[in-house]
Design a protein around this ligand. Structure first.
Ligand SMILES: [Mg+2]
Length: 410
């Protein structure tokens, strides 16, 4: 039913979107055909996607490796002055301790909270073991962070017969081999699989079948939609939009007017549709962060302090993404809006905090003494090296090595 105009139109848009680097990849043609209207000529591409998410990852690894920490409220990170909690154990979460919370706030909420230093090398090693487990079941693995990934299991490499069985097999391997627990969401697209993995956390599975997708999405709070942060959620709320059903009730024009480039995604997602492929070769071009200051920074000392804070934030992101890169760039916007960037590239790539700090500080020092007030400061790591295996995917996002099994059940 989507042959003809709609088909070529979506193909067109997908191309245009690619070159414009849009935030939400538009549907590949095959996905449009399969989801919106099956005919016997359609390619067999109803996907089976699993989103796997380790439970309280850093904290669970620490509790696994130190029996004295088990059953206790625990925060990883956050003990330093102005430190931020990187992860909290479930025991700590009961007190309202959350990741990204300042350590002082966490301690106030839970006075007996134990703090341990993060051991990113260990988390990274566990993450690689995790990747090894995933690879037994699929070649199409898209990591989102050290402890989270999308898997396209449509090809059912291990021949387990259902996506749910694959999710359970993966969770079993993780429990036995890593002595950790993971939760999984099983569905036909990425958006729903990700939301579903949160549904029975910790140590749970939740399955949303294609015929259940629209109803499942309708009940979700709007803030659980991909890309809806606190600000957007607030704007939605002021427009009377609280749930997926409320988003669905809006016209595309209305969504475009209020949410700009997210509109198309929201329009589809609120109908349970999300055509993004699991991309094994997901390529990030850079990881960075910047801050705009309410009062201009006008002394070298203030700039150095501000830079340390940005180093903290950006390094945490680099770590979370298991990234290494060769180029560090500093961005400075002056009070008069003149903007400059300075970059340095190194070999071998930056893969320690020390190296990242050294390069970042060097770039700032070269710009001192500060000639005028600074309103924005930012750092970026780019020329990233992929930590993934080479991609095994064909153009359709379906594994080339295995036949597509239309019959694989959820
Ligand atoms: Mg997690």
């Amino acid at each position: 039913m989507l042959y003809g105009a709609a088909y070529s139109n979506s193909l067109h848009r997908a191309r245009a979107d690619k070159s414009a680097g849009g935030a939400y990849p538009l549907p590949r043609w095959s996905m449009v055909l399969s989801i919106n209207g099956m005919t016997e000529n359609d390619p067999p591409v109803m996907r089976k996607i699993i989103h796997v998410d380790m439970d309280a990852f850093y904290a669970s690894v620490e509790q696994r490796d130190d029996p004295a920490l088990r059953g206790k409220p625990l925060a990883v990170g956050g003990s330093a002055k102005r430190g931020v909690v990187a992860a909290a154990s479930y025991e700590a979460r009961k007190f309202g301790v959350k990741s990204a919370m300042p350590g002082v706030t966490a301690r106030r909420r839970c006075p007996q909270l134990l703090f341990v230093k993060p051991r990113f090398e260990v988390y990274r090693a566990v993450s690689q073991q995790l990747h090894g487990i995933f690879a037994r079941y699929t070649h199409i693995i898209e990591p989102l962070s050290l402890d989270e990934a999308y898997l396209d299991v449509t090809a059912d490499l291990a021949g387990l017969g259902s996506a749910t069985a694959i999710a359970e097999a993966i969770r079993g391997d993780i429990r036995r081999e890593l002595r950790l627990t993971a939760s999984a969401g099983v569905s036909y697209n990425k958006f729903i699989a990700k939301v579903a993995s949160d549904q029975n956390k910790p140590d749970g599975v939740f399955v949303v079948r294609p015929e259940e997708g629209a109803a499942f999405v309708a009940t979700l709070p709007a803030r659980r939609f991909f890309g809806v942060g606190p600000k957007t959620a607030e704007r939605m709320s002021s427009l009377g939009i609280q749930t997926g059903a409320d988003i669905r009730a809006q016209t595309l024009g209305f969504l475009e007017q209020h949410f700009g480039k997210s509109a198309h995604y929201l329009y589809r997602a609120s109908r349970g549709e999300d055509y993004r492929a699991v991309k094994a070769d997901r390529e990030r071009k850079s990881i960075g962060g910047e801050r705009t200051y309410s009062d201009d920074l006008s002394t070298d000392e203030a700039l150095r302090d501000a830079l340390e804070h940005i180093i903290d934030i950006v390094w945490e992101r680099i770590h979370r993404n298991n990234a290494r890169g060769r180029t560090v760039t500093i961005k400075v916007k002056y009070a008069d809006f003149q903007q400059i960037t300075r970059a340095r590239s190194v070999s071998p790539p930056v893969d320690t905090r020390e190296a990242f700090e050294r390069l970042s500080r060097g770039l700032l020092e070269a710009l001192l003494p500060v000639p005028k007030g600074v309103r924005l400061l930012g750092l970026t790591l780019s020329s990233l090296e992929s930590s993934q295996e080479p991609a095994h995917t064909g153009e359709s996002g379906v594994a080339e090595s295995g036949p597509v099994q239309e019959s694989l059940a959820f």
